[in-house]
Design a protein around this ligand. Structure first.
Ligand code: SAM
Length: 408
């Protein structure tokens, strides 16, 4: 099967990218934003003056690779970022993107990710959209876990079933009708079939997926893939545990909080609280219906039942440096002073992010200073500070807009 996967990505490198666009914009996202890596893998306390060795496993045309390499280079972090992919065509595009940006911190390999550990032990591995395409996903999880240093971690994305409702029956239909045709003809026939689908078809009804509208590579990847499966969050957790890894973060955490999909009633709240964290996450996935991928962080060193961040108490280490992702603290503080809440759209739904007006001065100080400095600037003793910080930390980190890093 691996040769079919390689052939697909040789003909249709994914995602479709024009290297010239590097002059105009940097694509950023999750997993693998360095601030997230710091928060979820290194407890927000990574010493970035130390070199970091990273693997981008199945790096494709280079989105995570270019984000990581550019952000680390911009902050002068010494990094060796290894890229592995089976597809030479995808690698060529990633190389061109790196060249346009003048990045010197990348080492390219054309190889199978199952050979990851032959390139050394890594502090961090990115593996986005790859493990669900392997013939034996467990072998992939294991190969990556074996390539990590004991204190290292993995950031990944795998498909999730319920948000992908309709895709698998449609893939089966297309396979039976046009699966034997050469790639270009297959694409053209399949597009006609998809355009003419009845409105009763679950794929036609599914608003959460849209990759088929993103060019030929997107269409093929979504609907004509040679090998693709989806994992519930419980299945993901099992794959990770069998590989010796523990789940230490799900992005965005709020999507995995079942209380967001349930009536606010005491008896229901109590039942939810009694569930172990992974069962709560599964309950949320079952109730939401909109989760089409799991973006996750996993560590070698966490306990098997590691809690997810929405259940964690806020951190107490006063040297931690909180940061807002793509939000200006002054602007957010002004907004909070006026409204006392934010409305955030995620996966087709609006969520309320409640931030009491009295927290505005604290929010304005999330400007790169440590928690200890925020407490002393506001003249708060440790207990009062923790009480207030909890009310900032929880709502903002649930939406993945607050993280902890001394550098990023
Ligand atoms: C869906 S693309 C994802 C690319 C990239 N990680 C991203 O998120 O933009 C999957 C990539 O994994 C690569 N791939 C699949 N199986 C692989 C394997 N066993 N070893 C190395 N690369 C693999 C494919 O060639 C393809 O470039």
């Amino acid at each position: 099967m691996t040769h079919k996967i390689r052939d697909q990505y040789e003909q249709l490198p994914y995602p479709e990218r024009d290297p010239a666009d590097e002059k105009k914009r940097l694509i950023t996202g999750s997993p693998s934003h360095p601030g997230e890596i710091d928060t979820y893998i290194f407890g927000g306390m990574r010493d970035w003056s130390q070199p970091i060795k990273i693997l981008v496993a199945g790096g494709g045309t280079g989105d995570s690779l270019i984000m990581l390499a550019s952000m680390l280079a911009a902050k002068k972090v010494t990094a060796a970022i290894h890229y592995i992919d089976l597809s030479h065509a995808a690698r060529k595009i990633a190389e061109q993107r790196a060249e346009i940006r003048g990045l010197q911190n990348i080492i390219f390999h054309s190889d199978d990710i199952l050979n990851a550990s032959s390139y050394g032990a890594f502090d961090y591995i990115d593996c986005c959209g790859v493990l669900h395409h392997l013939e034996e996903p467990q072998a992939g999880f294991k190969a990556l876990a074996d390539a990590l240093k004991p204190e290292g971690g993995l950031g990944g994305m795998v498909y999730a079933p319920f948000g992908r409702t309709g895709i698998y029956p449609l893939q089966a239909a297309l396979r039976s009708l046009v699966g034997d045709l050469p790639t270009r003809e297959k694409l053209s026939q399949a597009k006609k079939i998809v355009e003419g689908l009845p409105e009763t078809n679950w794929f036609s009804k599914n608003d959460f997926v849209g990759d088929h509208k993103n060019g030929d590579a997107g269409f093929y990847d979504l609907l004509l893939h040679a090998q693709d499966r989806a994992f519930t969050v419980t299945q993901l957790n099992t794959y990770l545990q069998r590989a010796g890894l523990g789940l230490c973060g799900l992005i965005e955490p709020i999507l995995y909080n079942p209380s967001k999909y349930l009536p606010d009633e005491a008896e229901i709240r109590t039942r939810v609280k009694q569930m172990p964290p992974i069962e709560q996450a599964q309950l949320a996935e079952n109730l939401s219906g909109a989760i089409k991928t799991h973006v996750f962080y996993a560590c070698k060193s966490v306990s098997k039942e590691s809690p997810f961040s929405h259940l964690n108490p806020p951190p107490t280490n006063m040297q931690l440096v909180p940061r807002l992702k793509n939000i200006d603290p002054e602007k957010l503080a002004n907004h909070v002073t006026k409204k006392g809440r934010l409305t955030i759209g995620l996966n087709g739904r609006s969520y309320d992010c409640v931030l009491a007006k009295k927290l505005a001065p604290m929010i304005a100080l999330i400007d790169g200073r440590p928690l200890g400095n925020i407490a002393s600037t506001l003249g708060l003793d440790p207990i009062s500070f923790q009480n207030q910080w909890r009310q900032v930390h929880h709502p903002l980190s649930e939406f993945n807009v607050l993280y902890y890093s001394r550098k990023f």
